[in-house]
Design a protein around this ligand. Sequence first.
Ligand SMILES: Nc1ncnc2c1ncn2[C@@H]1O[C@H](COP(=O)(O)OP(=O)(O)OP(=O)(O)O)[C@@H](O)[C@H]1O
Ligand SMILES: [Mg+2]
Length: 298
Amino acid sequence: MVERVFQQPPRKERGTLGGEDDKDYDSPLPGARWKGTVMGTTVISIEDAVVSYREDVALRGVSLKVTSGEFVGIIGPNGAGKTTILTIVNGLGKLLSGRVSVLGSPVDRGNGHSLRKRVGYVAQVENIDPRMPMSVREVVMIGRYGVLGLFRRPDRHDWVIVDEMLELVGMTQLARRPIGHLSGGEQQRVAIARCLAQEPELFLLDEPTASLDWKAQVEILDLVKQIHDSRRLTTLFVTHNLDAMPHTCDRVVLMKEGLIVDDGTPDKLITTESLSRLYDMPSPVVEERRPHIHVKES
Ligand SMILES: Nc1ncnc2c1ncn2[C@@H]1O[C@H](COP(=O)(O)OP(=O)(O)OP(=O)(O)O)[C@@H](O)[C@H]1O
Ligand SMILES: [Mg+2]
């Protein structure tokens, strides 16, 4: 099975929808790998999910459907349950009740590992030990381990993919530098490259711009959107910071205290009134700090 994945056609043939080559892809969802699922297919289905960590109830009955190709922003204050949603999509969370299906299969204890091969996850804040004895390039290769399996060593094809991803995120120049010797923004780019190296169908990002300066933040947001479009991914982008929300989201989901309180287009939901309710802040304060998500590029 693993072998067939590596007999994929050369890269130039990827990124197109449909076509003869689909049969060469050993994906559980025919034609899905790198080609995008058929537009409009439900790729995430969460039904009445309840998640509890001892005394804390992180999700109190959450339902969400995401269709292929959507770019969904999940926003809400600290502790709202945003990261928890990503963990149940990724098969790492434990449901007290409810159901979750991802990429056509119910998520349960048995299939978390195979699911995570198809779901790319850029986690919230990764603290890297500056002494970590790995180069940037080697760290990005970690993204391929799920595809490689236990017994196959990376070959030329894998390194080609790693180098392509480094180029995509603008990190080719620093490919041989120790991973611990990078700035926060550079580390974030490497985290994205590592996630893409696994050739995911679903792209989950948890606060990917936290702790970055304004310029790095804008660059990462643009990069994520560019990757979403060019790779035809389905993307869930989580943040508590409205200024870090890509204004290019197709849809926003507002979360508060373990519940989805609203779900719709940014134009409808990113209003002074709804943000004031979401963050428990008076309208004049929200108005004064109007986040840039209001400004749409023409
Ligand atoms: N491992 C854990 N053990 C105990 N409680 C947890 C754990 N992870 C999360 N929680 C609790 O679950 C709730 C939701 O947490 P979650 O991390 O999903 O929030 P969030 O919306 O991602 O917040 P933030 O914006 O701060 O990242 C919080 O009350 C949190 O304290
Ligand atoms: Mg979080």
